[in-house]
Design a protein around this ligand. Structure first.
Ligand code: SAM
Length: 240
């Protein structure tokens, strides 16, 4: 496959359905993406399968041991060369659509380390190539973040979305939020569908969609506009 994710986690079952269902499941069945789930406890040193310990200096919670992570990475590396090791942490660089695009284009074997408890021993930093956060909030573990990242990256791998689907117009891909979509029924609770969408005029539809995307972005996320690569026509539309 173009892209392999090896996820190291204390709760592989949390991620099992993400790997096997829906489009990611199909992508795997078709050999486009590979998701391998590994239980960090498999590399625990003692018979209690302990992967964590109390923090030096005191304080609440437990910390994941660096030696356990190192053994796990060695084992995965022995199976298959590793291109990137990603540590999930709220202190990492924020994952964005541009990140997903870059990772999908790069491909290769990506290991994702999911933390739990108070996170990893600080020395795990030496074992990773990237530290990534999915946003300024703290979750109980990295599994949900790993799922977000695998979903966002995998759908950009050529062939994963069917020929009918496209991600060029998605929010952020064009630099703007996505335009509104409608489907049947044509009238619902007193609200119809914009006439232009039923006109069959493709140029008019494209212009309407671009204007809608611009307007929505201006209203909701004006911070995106400076980097959206707007054309003079777009700027004229915004000034209207
Ligand atoms: N003590 C850590 C801190 O304040 O930075 C928080 C640890 S958090 C309770 C446990 C694990 O969840 C982290 O090690 C990380 O893997 C994951 N996690 C929580 N929030 C995250 C986020 N916003 N992005 C990525 N991973 C996150």
């Amino acid at each position: 496959p173009a892209l392999t994710f090896s996820v190291l986690t204390l709760f592989p079952e949390l991620l099992r359905p993400f790997a096997s269902e829906a489009l990611l499941g199909k992508a795997q069945a078709r050999g486009l993406v590979d998701v391998r789930l590994h239980d960090l406890r498999d590399w625990a040193a003692n018979k209690h399968h302990k992967v964590d310990d109390t923090p030096y200096g005191g304080g609440a919670g437990m910390v994941i041991r660096v030696d356990v992570v190192a053994r796990a990475l060695d084992a995965l590396r022995a199976e298959r060369p590793i291109d990137e090791v990603v540590m999930l942490t709220p202190a990492g660089e924020t994952f964005r659509q541009a990140t997903a695009e870059a990772w999908a284009a790069q491909g290769g074997h990506w290991v994702i380390l999911c933390g739990r408890y108070e996170g990893f021993d600080a020395r795990v930093e030496r074992l990773v190539t990237r530290e990534v956060s999915i946003g300024d909030f703290v979750m109980m573990g990295g599994e949900a973040a790993a799922a977000c990242i695998m979903e966002a990256v995998s759908r950009l791998v050529p062939g994963v979305l069917g020929a009918e689907a496209s991600h060029q117009d998605d929010s952020f891909s064009s630099g703007l939020l996505d335009y509104p979509e409608y489907t049947r029924p044509p009238e619902w609770a007193g609200e119809g569908v914009p006439a232009v969408l039923q006109s069959g005029n493709h140029a008019a539809i494209a212009a309407w969609r671009r204007a809608q995307a611009l307007g929505k972005t201006y209203q909701r996320r004006p911070d995106l506009l400076p980097t959206a690569g707007l054309t003079p026509l777009d700027s004229a539309e915004l000034l209207r």
